[in-house]
Design a binder for this molecule. Structure first.
Ligand code: FES
Ligand code: FES
Length: 161
């Protein structure tokens, strides 16, 4: 075990971690931040996506010690300062982009990374970007619609599913 320090959602945090500890485990078990979900541990589902120095990464594929000192953002950091839902989270709620919600943290973090580099994506670009995120409930349609709405585009002509 060795002490590990990084910035998570703007706060400097430290905890002990083994060399083999995954970033997803460090967040959930080391820091008690269980908003980042683990759906597979085999790099397939995307439920564990967080941002590391501004890049979306599957936190189950990263050793925590490899990102010592990094700037990490998780779903807990996506709300507004007053605790209300952030823009992307609100769009998921407004457009029924979730059912069980298990995939939602990863979806929101992947969507945030997309909108940071492509503020007005097309539907095809959203679908392409979210290929690494599996949802077992929604059929994706309303997730895509939510991301388009979060980008400020008119989705009134896209039917709900
Ligand atoms: S838990 Fe990381 S990709 Fe599924
Ligand atoms: S809402 Fe259930 S897995 Fe996506």
């Amino acid at each position: 075990m060795a002490k590990l320090t990084m910035t998570v959602n703007g706060k400097t945090v430290s905890a002990e971690a083994e060399g083999r500890t995954l970033l997803s485990s460090f967040l959930r078990e080391g820091l008690g931040m269980t908003g980042t979900h683990v759906g597979c541990d085999t790099s397939q589902c995307g439920a564990c996506v967080v941002h590391v120095d501004g890049q979306a990464v599957k936190s189950c594929t990263v050793l925590a010690h490899d990102v010592a000192g990094a700037d990490v953002r998780t779903i807990e950091g996506m709300a507004n300062p007053d605790g209300s839902l952030g823009k992307i989270q609100q769009a998921f709620q407004d457009h029924h982009g979730l059912q069980c919600g298990f995939c939602t943290p990863g979806m929101v973090m992947s969507a945030a990374a997309l909108l940071a580099e492509n503020p007005k994506p097309t539907e095809a670009e959203v679908r392409h970007h979210l290929e690494g995120n599996i949802c077992r409930c929604t059929g994706y349609h309303n997730i895509v619609k939510a991301v388009l709405a979060a980008s400020g585009q008119d989705v009134s002509k896209i039917a709900a599913e």
